[in-house]
Design a protein around this ligand. Sequence first.
Ligand code: CTP
Length: 440
Amino acid sequence: SFNFKNVTDIIYERLDKRIVNLLRLIGIYGHELKMPVYVVGGFVRDLLLNIPNYDIDIVVEGNGIEFAKYVGKQLDAIVVPYEKFYTATLVFKDGFKIDIATARTEYYEKPGELPQVDVSTIKKDLYRRDFTINAMAIKLNPNEFGVLYDFFNCQRDLQEGIIRILHNLSFIEDPTRMIRAVRFETRYNFRIEEHTLDILKKNLEGKYLERVSGSRIRQEIEKILEEREPMKAIRRLAELGILKHIFPKTYYTPTMDEKLERVFKFLPSVKERYQNISDFYAISTVLLEFYDKETLDDMRNRYGYPKKFIESLKFTENMMMPLKSMIETRLNFSDIYKVIGKGNPYIFIHLSAYLEEDDQEYLITYIDAILNTKLEKVSGKYVIERFSLKSGPVINEILERLYAMKLDNPKLDEIQTVEKIAEQFLKNLEQAEISENQKT
Ligand code: CTP
């Protein structure tokens, strides 16, 4: 039928020769093992949309692990099997990976009846997937190479830009699909279809998202944040009420929207300067503002924020107005330092939510000063020996004062300056002692 057209031409036109050869070989090995094999899911979707995609998912009607081992041997690739799921990952010498799964087959419709024919097994596998646009397969066996298996009018939805579930239990089987729906909508500028939207909203109300582990939710949100237009997706999550089931006390107002916009403007500069910045934590600084302690504890348990992160969130929240005006008035680095010290990237990100572009730039110059300033000549040991002091908090105070001054003036002479600082300190200490003695 029309749905099962041959897409070999498209494969040759749009894919690298290397990929085409690999698909061809996989088909040949399928033939040798007498197993039907397909490339499925996102790879097929993006092939038809003419968008590059190197995530190859193979489905085998038969035994996926046995197949993977055979391919691994032929192509000198490492096989990483996941026995429990009947799947395997093949890792090639150059690091390229493909995933191989077994089509979930119901061998007998009723006890005693003959096994289902091949076609129905890939059909059932595809039917269990998230959306029609992801539910197509291309056969790879040589006698049928390039035949597009489209059982559910998926091509039409792909052409019309529609996100549609295949059956009404889809979001219940995997509630993270609600977030995926928004991700695909945003990425391709598609639309969730009416009935799918109805079901999604019912399942939201049914609190199915709350049953999913925090780490899976977090992973889905992180995928959204890796997309080209994360703000568009976040807005849509808010609009559909999904965000409320992820961050229950967050009110998505125009102000919230502006804050997130500013965070996204600022984020690249932070990432240039610090390693391992999490986008999820970054937006959380804003999304978790003004949470009551109890809900914040819930969020911490659910999404695994480190204690330090929650503490700096509270600090920034309480200090936001003074911090903001310090930056806006271009206060000296040494004075800013007295309030936030070296800070941490999430404090800066949170603060950036309240800053216009030129103020964000000043904040970046502060960060650079912090990252580039070190005491080179004067150490704790130096201070102790030079001024015959005992180790204690005073030493640190002297060093901090010196450091703060160096932030304002990178060329300052540490040795000369520490003399003045120490002199002051010692005078103050003496006076404190005198007044202490006078009291008694
Ligand atoms: N899938 C699903 N339900 C999910 C996740 C995945 O049915 N919750 C299926 C879809 O058919 C999908 C395939 O598994 O195409 C592979 O999933 P994944 O790699 O997560 O997504 P892709 O569709 O490849 O999307 P992306 O381009 O973002 O990688």
